[in-house]
Design a protein around this ligand. Structure first.
Ligand SMILES: *[C@@H]1O[C@H](CO)[C@@H](O)[C@H](O)[C@H]1NC(C)=O
Length: 139
């Protein structure tokens, strides 16, 4: 392979990787949060004050409470997120989902939550141009 082409490919791959958006889960509460994910399965605890960078996409909830659904680096390089009360109602700590790119902050403090998708309703998904940092925060 021609060395200029090899160099160009290397630069392109590095650029593609560095464009990744990030997802951070943050426990701003005074007590530990039990975090669950797909199908309500327990994944880990977050200590008070703890921030954790996780996989770039996924559903997360305080076990058995309203769910944050995040898809980063999706179609057209967009980052999309919502809070869902479809499977679980908010039944624990207040939940906020927001992005570094926008003032579009979703907050649920009690159920039913106006910012959340509801059973049978239109999904309330927020999408922003990536790359961004998306935060799922309790309290
Ligand atoms: C978590 O992030 C918040 C906001 O950036 C920061 O204030 C806090 O100190 C962080 N906690 C830890 C344990 O690093």
């Amino acid at each position: 392979m021609n060395t200029r082409l090899a160099l160009l490919l290397t630069v392109c791959v590095a650029a593609a990787v560095s464009q990744g958006s990030t997802l951070t889960l943050r426990n701003n509460c005074a007590s530990t949060i039990r975090v669950c994910s797909t199908y309500g399965g327990y994944v880990y605890d977050l200590a008070p004050g703890q921030n954790k960078t996780d996989q770039p996409s996924g559903p997360y909830n305080e076990c058995n409470s309203a769910q944050a659904e995040v898809t980063l680096n999706g179609y057209d390089n967009q980052d999309c997120y919502d809070i869902s009360e479809v499977a679980y109602k908010l039944n624990g700590s207040p939940l906020t989902v927001y992005s570094s790119a926008t003032a579009a902050t979703l907050t649920c403090e009690s159920s039913p939550c106006a910012d959340a998708s509801q059973p049978g309703g239109t999904p309330k998904v927020t999408c922003v141009a990536g790359p961004t940092s998306v935060f799922v925060q309790w309290c």
